[in-house]
Design a protein around this ligand. Structure first.
Ligand SMILES: [Zn+2]
Length: 447
């Protein structure tokens, strides 16, 4: 290991020590830049699965010295084909811990701190500590959460421009079989995850009439057996995808259906794939997307080249296609915008304020916890914090916020109505009426 050390940054030096005409606007080449990146830049990798393993390895080899990785999962046998940092003897151990250890064994001088927990378990302060956050996740909810956390740090100046020191950039990678994407999110400048949430449409199920009357594919036959035939035969007993007998039953019914309509392609493993909605993970797609993400991370941190603007898609299903799309910000985004403006009288209690959020047409927030400048004003959970903060409910919010005329507060709760509720973080701009003549000026840009 020690022998290869002197040449390790040779290629990186070509990017960081010399000027060029493709560099970003604030690029200052020189050994200080390279050394500062090593000493002061802290990168958080979210996820230690297929993409996360690649990201950790790539970022470590790119010259980042301080990396953290957070993941709540343990290693399973089925991970081993692509999550290349794991071995058979690691099965059952936390992914984050094993991934960190393996990369540190192989890459001299890198420090990786693992966090084996849910992303929601970390306080917001934890996330504010990082220079940049790189996402290697497979869930929309987790992306949405981290996005809201990072955008929550963003503050705007009086001209509605993002304050640079509050910008927490993110690089997001995602893969699905032969397809993948890499995007950069610079809150306040490029669209955030929420601005383009329509890119992740809800899973489209096949229309039931197609399944019942005009099946054309093997998947139609499987879903017929799974969704229609199962209920006809088993009544109220629900299908258990982890029960091999249930799966076998669906498979044999799907075969009968496929024979009836002359449709090929129903196999047991395909049945499992359709019913459990399993998309095969492909190691090479992870490697390609991770490489793009690691490079964008280096570009954002160093300014050594212009960044991706702002969404790369990769498609290897038929041939190989890549495309970059420049999506635009949603100016009214609840997550990366300046925050919904709420005007209050000084006498409004915290309790009353929380009640207002439930009826607010743009927010519809229930079960709300409130934080101001890192201080918990009211917490719904855990019980011990709820009890500690309960007495604040009867106090005026104005007092709890230290008597300021206006400020940003963060709330955490359930958004939406009926059974479509989901947990979310929101940033709100609270302005108190009648404080130092603030009431009559236009507050549109205030932070
Ligand atoms: Zn947004």
């Amino acid at each position: 290991m020690a022998v290869s050390q002197p040449s390790r940054s040779r290629d990186l030096d070509k990017l960081l020590l010399r000027p060029g005409h493709l560099v970003g606007p604030n690029f200052e080449p020189g050994p200080e830049l390279r050394d500062d990146i090593k000493e002061y830049v802290k990168v958080l990798v979210v996820g230690a699965g297929g993409l996360g393993c690649e990201l950790l390895k790539d970022l470590a080899l790119t010259g980042f010295k301080y990396l953290d990785v957070i993941d709540m999962d343990r290693i399973e046998v089925t991970n081993l084909n692509r999550q290349f940092l794991f071995r058979l003897e690691d099965v059952g151990k936390p992914k984050a811990e094993v991934a960190a250890k393996r990369v540190m064994e192989r890459v001299n001088g890198v420090n990786i701190t693992p966090h084996f927990c849910r992303i929601e378990d970390k306080p917001l302060d934890f996330y504010s500590d990082f220079s940049i956050i790189v996402l290697g996740l497979d869930s929309v909810e987790a992306r949405s959460y981290i996005n809201a956390v990072a955008c929550g740090f963003l503050e705007y100046d009086s001209e509605d421009n993002p304050r640079e020191e509050t910008v927490k950039p993110m690089v997001d990678g995602g893969t699905e079989g032969f397809k993948g994407h890499a995007r950069i999110i610079v809150p306040g400048t490029t669209p955030c995850f929420e601005c383009t949430i329509w890119l992740f449409p809800p899973q489209v199920k096949f229309p039931l009439c197609t399944l019942a009357e005009t099946p054309r594919t093997a998947a139609h036959c499987i879903e017929y057996a799974h969704l229609i035939k199962w209920n006809e035969v088993h009544g109220s007993r629900s299908f258990d995808p982890d029960n091999p007998e249930d799966m076998q039953w669906v498979y044999s019914e799907a075969v009968k259906r496929a024979e009836l309509f002359g449709i090929p392609g129903v196999t047991y493993s395909f049945t499992q794939g359709v019913v459990k909605n399993i998309i095969p993970a492909i190691a090479s797609t992870n490697a390609i997307i991770s490489a793009a993400c690691a490079l964008e991370t280096l570009k954002i941190v160093s300014g050594c080249s212009k960044t991706l603007s702002n969404y790369l898609t990769y498609n290897g299903v038929e041939g190989l296609h890549t495309k970059v799309t420049e999506f635009v910000r949603d100016k009214d985004c609840l997550v990366c915008g300046p925050g919904v403006l709420i005007e209050l009288d000084k006498s409004v209690t915290l309790k009353k304020f929380i009640d207002q959020l439930e009826d607010h047409p743009r927010l519809l927030l229930s079960r709300v916890s409130v934080t101001h400048r890192g201080k918990n004003l009211y917490m719904q959970a855990p019980p011990v914090l709820e009890e500690m903060t309960r007495s604040n409910l009867d106090l005026p919010l104005f007092e709890l916020m230290g008597g300021v005329a206006k400020d940003v507060i963060h709330v955490n709760g359930m958004a939406g109505k009926g059974d479509k509720k989901q947990s979310c973080l929101r940033k709100l701009r609270v302005v108190f009426r009648g404080v130092d003549g603030i009431a009559d000026i236009d507050m549109a840009g205030g932070a």
